[in-house]
Design a binder for this molecule. Sequence first.
Ligand code: HEC
Length: 160
Amino acid sequence: MKRLSQTMIATAVAMTMTMATFTASAAPAKSKKHADHALKMRKAVFSLLGSNMGPLGGMAKGKIPFDAQVVETNAKRISQLSLMMSDYMKTDTSKFKLKTDALEKIWAENMKFEKKIEALTIASNALSQVAGSTDEKILRKAIGAVGKTCGGCHDDYKSD
Ligand code: HEC
């Protein structure tokens, strides 16, 4: 009986792991229309990332005054957007001619790409944690850490 339940647990674990692998893996776009749509959606996610990072970068560079409320709001949004990124990058559009800066290796190096996404989630959550700080040095450092994860992925997976 004990041996049976162990086998069942092992099977359940194996099944869960297989499902997790499937969830993370990319699927090729089925048509040009499908690829165009996927591109539009992923660009929307990145545009919103840019829009939320802009003011934070401005604060870190001393171009605009620090505003704790904006830091908190934007850090949360960036974290949320980072959680969407994987899903919106799932469609492998590399077979189609698109106006994109996304490098094809994104879909060949799925696990590495996921790590870059995870780094953004971690950094933006860390920024959320210190958003209320009155120490500009701490804020600047945490914003810089988020920016580094943007650049860290762009360096490897974005064409410009
Ligand atoms: C895991 C990888 C990754 C991370 C992390 C990442 N990006 Fe990007 N980003 C990309 C890729 C790939 C593209 C190109 C998308 C395309 O053209 O299809 C892109 C494109 C963009 C664009 C251009 C969007 C457009 O309309 O062409 C902006 C703006 C942008 N990213 C901002 C950011 C900011 C700000 C961060 C951090 C807060 C960030 N990204 C984090 C991979 C990443």
